[in-house]
Every structure is written in C-alpha cells, then in structure tokens.
Design a protein around this ligand. Structure first.
Ligand code: ATP
Ligand code: MG
Length: 654
C-alpha cells in the first residue's frame, strides 16, 4: 500500500498501526495539503458484503460527530486497486499515543491524571450519545492522547458492524472482551450504559494498571463479566480515593439499572471529585507545614485512636494480602520516620508534638451535628464549603468531604464538607408566547432544562420563534433538571409576503433575506454567467413584487463566474455538454453548537482550483441537525465550518 494514491488525493506514506479489522496508515491529502490517518479494512473482511455495508453505514454515522474529544472522520471511501477491493475511512491524524501504550509505559496513572482523562472520555461519549451513537468498543486502544494531553476517542460505532460471522476473523476480539459489558458478553441489548461499563473498566485499568477480569479465551473473560464479582479498585491500589473507587464500582455494575443512567450523571460525580481534589491541593499549598504529614496514610496502629477499625480505609481488605501489607507498612514506616525527622523542626516551631495527629474520619452520610460533635471530640475543624441540592441525600446530611477518610491531619486542621439542602421540587414556568431565548432563560432559572425534541409548527397568532406549547403544563411541579420539550411557531401559514428583488445580490445575503421573509431556501443552482460575477444571484423562481405565501420555497440561480468557452468541435457543433461539467447535488448534515446561542455555519466548495462559499447561515441549537443541499461537479470538495472552525469535508465522488 505504501506510495499508493487513494481517491486521487490521499498518498499513503507509512503504516502506523494494525488492529483487529484494519490497518492504519499515515497519508497526505494532496487536495487540502494536510496529513490524515487512513484506516483500511482488512482484505478477508472485504469479501463479507454484509460487514462492508454495515461498516460503511456506521462510519458515515460517526462522521457526523464533531467534538474536540472525538477523532474527526473526513471521508469514507472505496476503490479497486489491482483487482482488490479497498474500503477505507479517512480521519484526523493524531500525533500522540494510545491510552494502552501510556498505561503500559507507566504501569498505573496517578489519580488526577486518570480523572482528567476519564472526564474527557466521558465528554466524548456524552456528545455521541446525544447524537444517538453508541461506541460499543470503548477500550484504551481506541483512546488516543495527543502530546498536549487531549483525549481523542476513535472508532465510534464501528464495532456494530462486527457480527458473529466476522467475530472469528477479527483476532482483536480478545483485545475488546476485557472491556465488554455483561450484556455485550451475553449478546443482549446494548445501550449508552454499555459504554459507561466499558469506561468503568478503562478507569479501573488506569488506576490499578490491570483489567479486573483476565483469562486465556474470549469466552472465559466474557463469562467473568457476567458472573464474577469485581475486586474493588481500592483493594488493588489503596492510594486511590474512596470516591473514585465508588464511581468506578457504580459504572461496572452487572445490571444496567444499577449503573449511572447516563454520562451526565457520571460527569457530575467526576467533576465533583475533581473540584474536591483541587481544593485539597490548594489547602496543601496554603499550609506547607502540613505537607509531609497530611498525605501519609495511616500505618502505625498505635497512633490511631481506639475505634481504629472505623477509621482506616483498609480494614476491609486485610484478609489475603496481609503479607503485601506488612511490606508496605515497613516501607511506609521508614518513610514516616524520615518525614517526621524532616518536619520535626517545623512541628516544634508550631509547638506541636507528633501525637497531635489525628486520622480523618468518614463524614459522608452523617448529619452536620454529628460531624460537629466528632470534630470537638477528635479536635479538627469543620468548614462548610457549599450547600447544594441533592436528590440522594436528605437535608443536613454531608455529601462529600475534601480530606479523604483515613488521611492523617494535624489537630485543628479544617475539613471542608458539602452539605445537602435536600431537594425541592420545582415549578414549571409558563413559556407560552415567550421567545425561544426567553423560554430557555426561564427554564434555566427554574432549575429545568430545554428538551431534546423541539418542533416547529405554523401558528396564526403566535409570532415566529415564539413558544406555542410545552410538553409539561405550566405551574406543574417536577423534579429539578427535568427536560421540557417545546413547540415553536413558524408564524401564520397563510400569511403573505411581497417578494423582493434578489437578482444582483450576493448569495449569502439573498439566503438571509429569504429566511427573514419567512420563506424557505430551495434549490440553488450554479451556472456560468456573462453578466454577473461569481456568487451573485442571476435568477429567482418568484418575481419581485409578487405576493406569495409564507413558507414558499424560493429557488435561485447563482453565477459561477464567466463561462469557459469549450474548444469547438467543428464536426459536431451541437455536441452535448462534456460529462465532466455536469453538476450533482449532495446533502451535508450540519449541527449548531449545543453550548452557543448561535452558530454561523459556512460551507466552502473547492472545485477547479478555486474556492467559494456555497452556504452560510446562523442557527440556534434548538434547530438541531439538518441537511443542506449543495451543488458541484464530480470531484468537488465541500468543507463545513462552524463559527469559522473546520468540522469535516465531503466530496462528490467521481
Ligand atoms: P480494533 O480493530 O479492535 O479497533 P485497535 O483499536 O487496536 O483494534 P485500530 O483501530 O485499527 O486498532 O488502530 C490501530 C492503531 O493505529 C491504533 O492503536 C493507533 O496506534 C493507530 N491509530 C488509529 N487511529 C489513528 C489516528 N487517527 N491517528 C493516528 N494513529 C491512529
Ligand atoms: Mg480501534
């Protein structure tokens, strides 16, 4: 393959990877002058028609995703070289390593690194799930990390193409089965929660350096996912925080209903953990004298108080690794002595003896009063960092603490806590006859969210972009964060407008004018023109001054520049147009940014060595994904930009 040219534009430079069903090459795209990665389907799989069909369908679906933590797919192609079928996907070239390589190099990652990666992987999943794409093969090989520590998840949905007929040919199933959810192992119903399970296994591996279930055969490993209990990661690596341990265990529950129900829930916990982490770190910096003692786990049984059992985090994993533990104890004891010598003078200066140390108790689940009593008894301080609404904890109950249970702290040291305010149900505001932006603001204020299903309908009284109806009655009482779907007005159906002159205008302005009049943009045809420059409208389907109904579709003809005089054929002056000049239409799916009020979507067409804007428009997130039809000759490449940021390109295949 090296040196070959695919699709007349991708020059294969070198092989960079080899997976179960494909080989990955670095290539140069000569059209756009950039490096890309090309995944070429293995030869034995190209004979499996069913597989190829699914593979193409899934990769095309994945190509619609656009997110900073997802590897961009630019193109899906097919070519026959020397009688061999070559199916390939062109994607963003990532200069970095796979997470698998990083884990192999480091053994285990530290908690903040693992947390940082986990959050980015979860963000990628959140975006895909929102677009109804489930990854189905989350594993460290499919997670790339750039040199700037940005996570890029790859191979979205492609695993769906793998069926039982192909599973035997793809040697890499063994690579994936370590991360399979029990329902995947059983061949059952998979959904978003299957990705959450696999991410749980990846988090487990990042923190402990190994996967929870091992075995020689795929079947053996799969069975363990279904039947065996997972050893909590904290038992493999006692240095990780109980909170992270808890998050992972919630991801890897056997039953889908026991896991996080969606990635948003998981992200909430991960981000909370990150916040606590940062607070703890800033505390450490503030109080340098605490630096050495605070982070040393409890080791000397005599130092801890009588109710030692309740205070050490290790009391549940002593049974079979006591030998390992004694070694650790010896090392830590040596470390402790050295540290105490080092900080000794600081402690003397603070007039504090070593036995002024206490071990942080667990405060989560206790009431604020209980915590205060404990604080007085043991001699630490309580500092309420935040009071937040919580559906899980009753009012006055502590949700989290910023110093982990079991950590040794100096007497008088403040432990930050987050306390529950319980959970108030909220009232749904009346959104009818409010503009979309006003409705969004009101929902946010009430602690609710705008739904995923926004519909547009004509309405005689309610003006364009105002709410006609809402999925939950105004003033009903619901739980916080409930989503409210809306029906938005497109204005009166039968209203009439007077058509304006568009000929002579720039196409971008003409499109905006058509929309502002409540009309729809129809077919846009590019034709050479003697009288008008490129991108100027030369004809419109409805003449200026005529009265037309709102919602009418307006077709336009736009100049593509001066006509090129074809070499005349003296024998046959009526020769039909060269096939190379024929125009084709192609649909491009675009999606406004969900987190911006408005996204400017621009499509550039590159054809015959020149580039022109064929579409531009401002769109709100509520509009969701939609298709834009554009025109061009064979080989034309369309580049899609959101707010000037390149998203993907697609070409009219020749
Ligand atoms: P599977 O076939 O089950 O997905 P896999 O993930 O190990 O297995 P591939 O997806 O074929 O295999 O990828 C093989 C290797 O190619 C990766 O491990 C990675 O090193 C490299 N690679 C994949 N995609 C890219 C990319 N976009 N940029 C740079 N390198 C990549
Ligand atoms: Mg892969």
């Amino acid at each position: 393959m090296i040196g070959k040219m695919l699709g007349n534009r991708y020059e294969i430079l070198e092989q960079i990877g080899n997976g179960g069903m494909s080989t990955v090459y670095k290539a140069k795209c000569h059209l756009l002058d950039r490096y890309v990665a090309i995944k070429v389907l293995k030869e034995d799989l190209t004979n499996d028609e069913d597989f190829v069909k699914k593979f193409r369908k899934e990769s095309q679906a994945a190509a619609s995703l656009s997110h900073p933590n997802i590897v961009n797919i630019y193109d899906v192609g097919y070519e026959n070289i020397d009688g061999k079928d070559i199916h390939y996907i062109v994607m963003e070239y990532i200069n970095g390593k796979t997470l698998k390589e990083i884990i192999k190099e480091k053994g285990k990652l530290n908690e903040s690194e693992a947390l940082n990666y986990s959050i980015q992987i979860a963000e990628a999943l959140k975006h895909a799930h929102k677009n109804h794409i489930i990854h189905r093969d989350i594993k460290p090989h499919n997670i790339m990390i750039t040199q700037d520590n940005i996570v890029k998840v790859t191979d979205f949905g492609i695993a769906r193409a793998v069926t039982s007929s192909t599973i035997t040919t793809t040697s890499n199933v063994l690579g994936s089965v370590y991360y399979f959810s029990p329902e995947q192992a059983r061949g059952g119903y998979t959904d978003e929660k299957s990705d959450i399970y696999s991410l749980g296994i990846v988090m487990y591996e990042m923190l402990t350096g190994r996967v929870p279930f091992n075995g020689d055969t795929p079947i053996g490993v799969a069975l363990k996912h279904v039947q065996d209990d997972i050893v909590p990661p904290i038992e493999e690596n006692p240095n990780i925080s109980p909170a992270f341990n808890k998050i992972i265990l919630k991801c890897v529950q056997k039953k889908q209903v026991d896991r996080y129900q969606n990635v948003d829930e998981l992200l909430l916990d991960l981000n909370n953990l990150k916040r606590n982490f940062n607070q703890l770190n800033s505390k450490i910096l503030e109080d340098e004298t605490m630096d050495m003692t605070k982070l040393i786990p409890p080791v000397n049984e005599n130092l801890s108080s009588k109710n030692n059992n309740a205070l050490t985090p290790n009391n549940y994993n002593n049974k079979n690794n006591s030998k390992k533990k004694t070694n650790i104890v010896a090392i830590l004891a040596a470390f402790l002595i050295a540290s105490l010598l080092f900080v000794g003078y600081l402690q003397l200066r603070n007039n504090q003896a070593a036995n002024d140390l206490i071990i942080t108790p667990n405060l989560v689940g206790k009431t604020e009063e209980e915590a205060n009593r404990l604080a007085e008894e043991m001699g630490f301080e309580i500092e309420v960092i935040e009071r937040v609404q919580s559906a899980e904890f009753e009012e006055g109950i502590i949700i989290s603490q910023n110093v982990d249970e079991g950590v040794r702290i100096r007497k008088g040291f403040p432990i930050g806590i987050v306390v529950s305010l319980g959970f108030d149900n909220v009232e749904v505001p009346n959104l009818i006859n409010k503009s979309i932006s006003e409705a969004e603001r009101l929902l946010k204020e009430a602690g609710l969210r705008i739904g995923n299903n926004i519909e547009y309908e004509f309405h005689d009284e309610i003006p364009i972009d105002y709410v006609i109806s809402q999925s939950i009655e105004p003033y009903s009482v619901v739980t916080p964060n409930t989503r409210v779907d809306l029906v938005i007005s497109k204005g009166p159906k039968d209203a009439e407008v007077i058509m304006i002159q568009l000929v002579g205008e720039n196409i971008n302005k003409a499109i905006t004018d058509i929309r502002n009049l409540g009309l729809e943009v129809g077919e846009i045809k590019y034709e050479p023109s003697d009288n008008y420059q490129a991108n100027i409208v030369t004809d419109q389907s409805h003449s200026p001054g005529s009265t037309i109904k709102k919602g009418t579709t307006i077709d336009l003809v736009v100049s593509s520049g001066q006509p090129v005089t074809p070499p005349t054929n003296p024998e046959n002056p009526n020769e039909p147009e060269e096939p190379g000049n024929q125009e084709f239409s192609i649909k491009l799916t675009v999606t406004p940014f969900a987190d911006k009020d408005e996204t400017e979507i621009t499509i550039l067409r590159k054809q015959d060595g020149s580039s022109m804007t064929v579409y531009t428009g401002k769109h709100k997130p509520a509009e969701g994904s939609f298709d834009v039809t554009v025109f061009g000759k064979k080989g034309a490449v369309f580049e899609v930009y959101y707010d000037g940021i390149f998203q993907y390109s697609q070409s009219i295949e020749g």
